[in-house]
Design a protein around this ligand. Structure first.
Ligand code: FAD
Length: 289
């Protein structure tokens, strides 16, 4: 089941993300969370991939379970920063053997203490995308950054490289999280102007841990609107209150996106079925309208 065919139906889509376990010990709990999220019948579910590739077998197992056992389309992330081309080709074969049709093709963050790029390795996601096209009939997604990728000099060059990535064979893009929808609207305008016309799925993070999100945003340069900062400052130390406020904020963001014509909504649900369920419930009539 290819995500590009789901998108073609031109309806609002709601998808959820899970991350794989790092060890065998926690596999069962991640699988239980995945099963519960799948019960919500999202349009698809994505499974992240460790940049080092170490937990790749879990990504495959979880993505395979989502599609083959639970009947929900699955999107396996794949990073290439720490893998040889041969390792990536082997992974694509494993995806195919497991009926995984959709790949989010990523470079991954550059390892802090490693040489980059290693000779014969991939340097950018665009090279990975070209290679995936040659190795099978996959539906390919790519990442995009409404506020610019941290390494890029400015948004203009980032969009120029994004165009190269799209031209390499992306079928859709998923955005990094953002907390101010006007940033996405401006970005969509700019990329459309540069000829990037493929569907863009908005990545929404329901924030349930105030301190953590402040740290993440400082590192990634994600803008925190005053309204959002006030919520984190007020409720950040109270887990239950922060969860309720975070879900409400994300719901409001999603409703505004849908009202402004954004059709693809991807929720960074972080293995938390109760958060995915709350968001889905808040949108029941909106998604089916
Ligand atoms: P690229 O598209 O290769 O871009 C990386 C940088 O290089 C950008 O600054 C770009 O402007 C620049 N660039 C591109 N082409 C050129 C060129 N030809 N010349 C010069 N500069 C160029 N990470 C994980 O480890 N696992 C995951 O599962 C994961 N999932 C993600 C899902 C989404 C939706 C997003 C938005 C990010 C995800 N990431 C994940 C993080 C991602 O791996 C990092 O942000 C990484 O640093 C960049 O990956 P990319 O695929 O966007 O890289």
């Amino acid at each position: 089941m290819k995500i590009k065919d789901i998108i073609k139906q031109n309806k609002v889509t709601l998808s959820f993300e899970v991350f794989p376990p790092k060890t065998d010990h926690t596999y069962d709990s991640v699988e239980r969370a995945t099963n519960k999220i799948a019960e919500l019948k999202p349009h698809f579910m994505s499974v992240t991939y460790g940049a080092g590739g170490g937990s790749s077998k879990y990504t495959v197992n979880i993505a395979s379970n989502i599609y083959n056992q639970l009947g929900v389309a699955s999107l396996a992330h794949l990073t290439c920063v720490s893998s040889t081309k041969e390792e990536i080709h082997q992974m694509l074969t494993v995806f195919k053997e497991n009926n995984i049709d959709n790949v989010l093709a990523l470079r991954g963050d550059i390892p802090k203490n490693g040489n980059f790029p290693l000779p014969g390795h991939y340097q950018y996601a665009a090279e990975l995308i070209k290679d995936i096209k040659v190795h099978g009939d996959f539906c390919i997604g790519g990442a995009c950054y409404p506020e610019g990728h941290v390494e890029s000099l400015n948004k203009e060059t980032d969009i120029r490289y994004l165009k190269e990535k799209v031209d390499a064979g992306c079928d859709f893009l998923t955005t990094q999280m953002f907390f101010d929808n006007t940033i996405l609207y401006n970005y969509l305008y700019r990329i459309r102007e540069k000829g990037i016309t493929i569907p863009v799925i908005a990545g929404i993070m329901p924030v349930t841990n105030g301190k953590q999100i402040k740290r993440i945003c400082e590192l990634s340069g994600t803008y925190l609107p005053t309204r959002f900062k006030a919520i984190v400052d007020t409720f950040g130390d109270n887990d239950k209150a922060m969860k309720q406020a975070g879900i409400a904020y994300a719901t409001e963001q999603i409703i505004d996106l849908i009202a402004n014509g954004v059709k693809g909504i991807h929720v960074y649900s972080m293995n938390k079925p109760e958060i995915a369920a709350s968001i889905k419930n808040n949108l029941l009539d909106i998604i089916n309208s």
